[in-house]
Each structure stands twice: as structure tokens, then as C-alpha cells.
Design a binder for this molecule. Structure first.
Ligand SMILES: [Fe+2]
Ligand SMILES: [Fe+2]
Length: 207
């Protein structure tokens, strides 16, 4: 029976779980990024590496959840491929991978995660989905701002990929929790995330 329930997490993601961020990143952010593009790429590489580590952390935490383990395995690999691609862009520009920097945005958004068996996974999945959504928004802005070429093409592809990840996390949340509950909590997290974005300064970093 279990074998028959073929897992196809990527098939119906598009129809379900679409949501909008509540804060729109202004052009000032994109301007800082484009003017300090090497620095941005170094930060972006670090963000991809951390995203991969997060996916591995999730699957290690919930080894009994088949769908989650499979999805997080794919995600960890995909984020490391992104990492490799960003490092390649850096090297082609004569730059190296930078040191990891602290990410106040991620630190702050994670404070909304409630402890306790009933909430923890739900909140982790929703927060991860919102972080991916912000990545999708900002990589899209970078893609639009770059002039034609390899780097622009890369950011167009990255933005698409992060949009897929955004939906994946909400889809997973709906797998383990009632959809109404997921959507209600998502709304709260989106409000909280918008407040964080308003507070943080614009630097040549994803967040
Ligand atoms: Fe990524
Ligand atoms: Fe991602």
C-alpha cells in the first residue's frame, strides 16, 4: 500500500500554496547590490550553502517523515549546486568565496518559530517557505537589473528555482498540518517578515 502512494511533491506545487510577500523590496536595495556585485555574490554563495545545511538539518530532525526526507535530500543537493554555480561566477570575476557573515534577517525571522511538538515543524516549514519567497523576489530583482549575459541568465534561473522551493515548503506544511491552519500561520509569519524587512538596512547581501 505504502509503495503505491508514489511520492510526487513537485507535481501539484504550482496550483497550491501560492502566496505573496507583504513587503516589496525597493529599488534602493537592488542599486546597492548591483554597485557592489562581487560582495553580493560572496553573500549569495554563503546563503546557498546555509540553505543546503538547513535542508540537511531538517531531514536529520525528522527521519520518520518519508516525504520530507526525500524533498530535503533533493533540496540539499540543489542548493549545493547553486553554491557551486555562484562560486564559479565569483572565480570567473577573479574573486574568491568570502567568509560566512551573520544573517540578521534569518536570525530574526527564526524567533517566530514556536517550540513544542505541535508547532515546531509547522513553523519551521513556513519560515523556510517565506525565506525562499524572499529569495525568489530579490533574485528576480537582480535578474531584471543585470545587463544581458551569463550572470543575468543565472539569476533568472535561480529566481525560478527559489520560487519552486517556496511552494515546496508550504506544500510540505499542508502534508503534515491542516491547510487552513497552515494558511493562517503563514499570514502571521508574512506580517512578521515584512516588519523585519522594514527594519533592516540595505547592504550588498541577499538579506
Ligand atoms: Fe538556492
Ligand atoms: Fe532555495
Amino acid at each position: 500500500m505504502a509503495r503505491q502512494q508514489k511520492i510526487n511533491y513537485f507535481t501539484n506545487l504550482e496550483k497550491k500554496s501560492m502566496f505573496e510577500l507583504k513587503y516589496k523590496t525597493p529599488f534602493e536595495w537592488t542599486k546597492v547590490v548591483i554597485e557592489n556585485f562581487d560582495e553580493f555574490l560572496q553573500d549569495h554563495a554563503g546563503a546557498e550553502k546555509k540553505a543546503s545545511g538547513m535542508a540537511m538539518g531538517m531531514l536529520g530532525h525528522y527521519p520518520d517523515k518519508i516525504k520530507l526526507v526525500r524533498a530535503m535530500t533533493d533540496l540539499a543537493i540543489e542548493e549545493m549546486i547553486h553554491f557551486k554555480q555562484v562560486v564559479k561566477l565569483l572565480n570567473e570575476r577573479g574573486e574568491t568565496l568570502g567568509r560566512d557573515k551573520k544573517d540578521d534577517y534569518v536570525k530574526l525571522i527564526r524567533t517566530i518559530i514556536r517550540q513544542g511538538k505541535d508547532h515546531y515543524l509547522l513553523d519551521r516549514l513556513i519560515v523556510a517557505g517565506v525565506i525562499e519567497a524572499r529569495g525568489h523576489e530579490r533574485f528576480s530583482l537582480v535578474a531584471q537589473a543585470l545587463s544581458e549575459g551569463k550572470e543575468k541568465e543565472f539569476y533568472v534561473a535561480i529566481a525560478k528555482s527559489e520560487e519552486k522551493h517556496k511552494n515546496l515548503f508550504i506544500e510540505l506544511a499542508c502534508e503534515y498540518y491542516d491547510e487552513k491552519r497552515v494558511m493562517a500561520r503563514l499570514d502571521e509569519v508574512l506580517t512578521f517578515e515584512a516588519e523585519i524587512c522594514m527594519k533592516l538596512p540595505f547592504t550588498a547581501a541577499l538579506h
